[in-house]
Structure formats: structure tokens, C-alpha cells
Design a protein around this ligand. Structure first.
Ligand SMILES: [Zn+2]
Ligand SMILES: [Zn+2]
Length: 457
């Protein structure tokens, strides 16, 4: 038995350590739980993370204000077990509020699914599952939204051909081809599976924020459990996105257009094995959607996330589940790069591929480790970048002078993480991708909202 949870069979007569009356069904964290107490225990983890007044039922003056501007929470429902469990946990909170406050609730819930059916060959379509979800959660009032992944492309003229140069400058030029292909096709031309996975994460994050923005949701909740968060922290580090750990996998506030949106991970204290147990106990497991694509079994064919997932699976199996907790605790200590906030000498720009703040020009840093002879190559990664640099230099030799001058006329602002992701694109082909244009985005997003209304349930 390697799981952090031990299931008790019918012959085991141990009683639940919480209520001391019911028969125990499982042991987790060295405690015996009956079904009801275990469910209450997991729900308690969410209640603890979301104690803010704004989620509570309001009275008096606060009630009048809330009537004008109700608190709305967006739940990102991937249909994996963690997000399904979070859905149940939040729905139960709404139910509790209604029972205790004469039918009133402290917030409204909007549930968003980004349809992955085609992209990841899901075992079932979200449209087929929504009626079952609605009947499962019929005791609460919820607004369901389903978004097509192609809605990430706000404007086809923003699909540019991105090129990376040997000195790590990036350029964008108008695509010469007539681009009518969707995001799936653009992702198919990704240099490798990890790049596609990384870009897809960018797409999901943006679509979720955009929906929160147009739906007036001041909070977004993700179902990530502790194991998943630890996994993301390691994966971000490997992908060269370590500087955004504080704003990708931990509770934080995002300033999106003219609004502030709070991002909360209410299940961050719950282990994956506990999420699985909860899902099975309440009978939600049948509703989960998963990819039917066979999983890569050879390391070489795995994405970065496949590898880190395997790593944590193995830790769980060998009883080192506390590693996840240590990784999350370490991640929580990280913040944005400090010296750049106060100095003011360097204005912060945004990456035109993923939208994050660029605190430090990645080209300077990369040049320092790859070009400057005096900087010693310390790690294997350094060696990799030198190899990369030499490869791209020889690839560049085949390109004309005119191409190089584009670096000056059509520069693309790009962060270190996106350079890593796109580093293996061929210089002569470039890579087609919708770039970000913050000046134009707000209007496009509002227009997009009208366009997608027919997709709403
Ligand atoms: Zn009990
Ligand atoms: Zn970026």
C-alpha cells in the first residue's frame, strides 16, 4: 500500500475518530474518518481558504450594496476530478448558506469549461455531461458556460510569424499565408509537445481571466490540489518560468484590464489521493472527462508536466507525500523580482506571447551565459543553451541580411519562459501564433463576449 490514504474494508471495526460513532472508511493523516466526517474535513479546507466577508451572506447596508454589485465567483471546471470536487465543495457551501439564511447566498457561481473535446480527444463531450452535472447539482443555482478554445484568437490579423534570432532577439511579421486555421492547427506546428502544453496553459489562463472579466467575477477558483500545485511549481521552474510561480500557482490578485481579479486555490491543502477519495465517496467519478490519447511511456516522448506528474506519483507511492507540501511551502515564499519594483530605472513591459511582466531583459541574461567567454558554463542547462545558440547561429547563416534587419523594425517583446518554449522553432519557418496587443484587447474582448453568447448553456 503506497497511497497516503488507507481504505478500511468491511471487516475493520475501527470507529471514526471525529464523531466516534460511525464506522471508519479510510485513514488519512493518521486519522480514521467515516464518510460524513471525511467529506466535512475536505469541505473545511475550502471554507478555511475562503473566509473573506465578501463570500458571506450580507445583511443591512452591506446587503443593499451586494444587491447592486453581487460577489461573483468563476469556477474553472476542467472536468478532471479536482475541479469536480471543488465544484461539489462550493455548491455545498451555497447550499449551507441557503439553509441558514432563508434562501440567501453570499455569492453567485459561474462555472466555465473550456472545451477540450477535439484538442485532447476526450472520452465524452462536455455537452453530453452538462445535463448530468445540472441534475447532480440541481439544489443550487449555477450559470454554466462553455468556451471554444478558438476564442483565444480575438483577431486573426494578430496572428504573426514569430522568429527567434541567434542573439535571442525576436521578431514578428504579418503572416503571408491566409490564416483561417484554428488554434489546434497552430499548436500542431509547435516544435515539441512540451511547447504545445506550455502555450496551451497560456491560452487557458487567458480565457479564464477574460471570462471572469466579462462576467464581472471578482474571484476565480481553481481546483488544483496540493500535489498538482507542487507539480506546477516544479514544471514552471523547469520551463524557465520560475519568476512567475508567485502569480501562477498561488493565491494572488491579477490586474486584468481595468479590474482586479482574485485567484484562489481552495484545495491547496488537500492531497490528490484525498481528492480521489472524496470524488469516489460522493459518486462524482463517473462524470469526469479524460483524454483518450495513450500516455507516453518513454521519458523522451513525455512533456515536462508528464515527467513531473510521474515524479509526484512515485513519491506518493513510496510514502513521501509530504514532499508536495514542502514544495508548496517553498513556492509560497516566492514573490515577484524585488529590485525591479522600486528602482523605476527599468520600465516593466509585457511579454507579447504570454502576457507576463518582463522584469529583466532576457536577451541580456541569455547573452551573458552563452556569448560572453568569461562566464563559465556551470550547469547542464548552460551547455544546452550554448548548443542552442550555436545551432541557431548556423541556421541564421542561411538567412539573408534583410531578415536580420527585421529584428530592429518588427521587434517582439518576449519573456525568458517563452524564449525557452519557442527555442526550437526553425529560424527559416518561424512560428505562427496570435500575439498580445494590450491596447486593442479590451474592445476585442467585449466584442468576443457577444460572439460567444450562443455557446453558453
Ligand atoms: Zn465520523
Ligand atoms: Zn512570455
Amino acid at each position: 500500500m503506497g497511497s497516503p490514504i488507507e481504505y478500511l474494508d468491511g471487516s475493520d471495526s475501527r470507529l471514526c475518530s471525529r464523531c466516534a460513532t460511525e464506522k471508519g472508511v479510510l485513514i488519512t493523516r493518521k486519522e480514521v474518518f467515516c464518510k460524513a466526517c471525511f467529506i466535512r474535513f475536505i469541505r473545511g479546507k475550502q471554507r478555511k481558504q475562503m473566509q473573506d466577508e465578501k463570500y458571506k451572506v450580507k445583511y443591512g447596508k452591506a446587503k443593499e450594496l451586494a444587491a447592486l454589485n453581487p460577489t461573483k465567483i468563476l469556477l474553472a471546471l476542467s472536468m478532471g476530478i479536482s475541479s469536480l470536487v471543488l465544484f461539489d465543495v462550493i455548491a455545498s457551501l451555497l447550499q449551507e448558506q441557503m439553509e441558514m439564511h432563508k434562501g440567501n447566498t453570499g455569492f453567485e457561481l459561474v462555472v466555465l469549461n473550456i472545451d477540450e473535446y477535439e484538442l485532447t480527444s476526450l472520452n465524452n463531450s462536455i455537452q453530453a455531461v452538462i445535463p448530468k452535472l445540472k441534475s447532480f447539482f440541481s439544489y443550487v443555482d449555477i450559470s454554466f458556460k462553455v468556451l471554444n478554445i478558438n476564442s483565444y484568437i480575438l483577431d486573426e490579423t494578430l496572428i504573426k510569424r514569430i522568429r527567434l534570432y541567434p542573439d535571442f532577439h525576436a521578431t514578428m511579421t504579418d503572416s503571408d499565408k491566409n490564416v483561417s486555421s484554428g488554434l489546434k492547427d497552430l499548436l500542431l506546428s509547435c516544435p515539441n509537445k512540451s511547447s504545445a502544453e506550455d502555450l496551451l496553459t497560456i491560452v487557458f489562463d487567458e480565457l479564464i481571466l477574460r471570462t471572469a472579466y466579462v462576467e464581472n467575477c471578482s474571484t476565480v477558483v481553481y481546483g488544483h490540489n496540493m500535489t498538482r500545485i507542487a507539480n506546477e511549481i516544479i514544471a514552471l521552474t523547469v520551463k524557465g518560468r520560475g519568476s512567475s510561480i508567485h502569480e501562477k500557482v498561488l493565491d494572488h490578485v491579477v490586474h486584468y484590464q481595468d479590474k482586479s481579479i482574485q485567484i484562489v486555490y481552495p484545495l491547496k491543502d488537500v492531497l490528490r489521493a484525498e481528492v480521489e477519495a472524496y470524488c469516489n465517496l460522493i459518486g462524482l467519478s463517473d462524470l469526469k472527462l479524460e483524454s483518450t490519447k495513450p500516455k507516453a511511456t518513454i521519458n523522451r516522448n513525455m512533456t515536462i508536466r508528464d515527467l513531473t506528474t510521474n515524479y509526484f506519483n512515485q513519491l506518493d507511492a513510496t510514502g513521501y507525500a509530504s514532499t508536495a507540501s514542502s514544495v508548496v511551502k517553498t513556492g509560497e515564499k516566492l514573490g515577484p523580482p524585488k529590485n525591479f519594483e522600486s528602482s523605476g530605472s527599468q520600465s516593466i513591459t509585457q511579454c507579447q506571447v504570454c502576457g507576463i511582466d518582463i522584469h529583466q531583459n532576457p536577451q541580456n541574461w541569455l547573452k551573458r551565459i552563452t556569448v560572453n567567454e568569461s562566464a563559465p558554463l556551470v550547469t547542464e542547462e548552460d551547455e544546452e543553451y550554448l548548443k542552442l545558440y550555436n545551432e541557431s547561429k548556423s541556421a541564421m547563416a542561411s538567412l539573408g541580411e534583410t531578415e536580420e534587419s527585421e529584428a530592429i523594425t518588427n521587434p517582439l517583446g518576449i519573456c525568458y519562459g517563452c524564449i525557452v518554449t519557442l527555442s526550437s522553432i526553425k529560424a527559416e519557418d518561424g512560428f505562427l501564433w496570435p500575439i498580445r496587443n494590450s491596447a486593442q484587447e479590451k474592445e476585442d474582448i467585449l466584442n468576443e463576449y457577444i460572439l460567444t453568447e450562443d455557446e453558453e448553456e
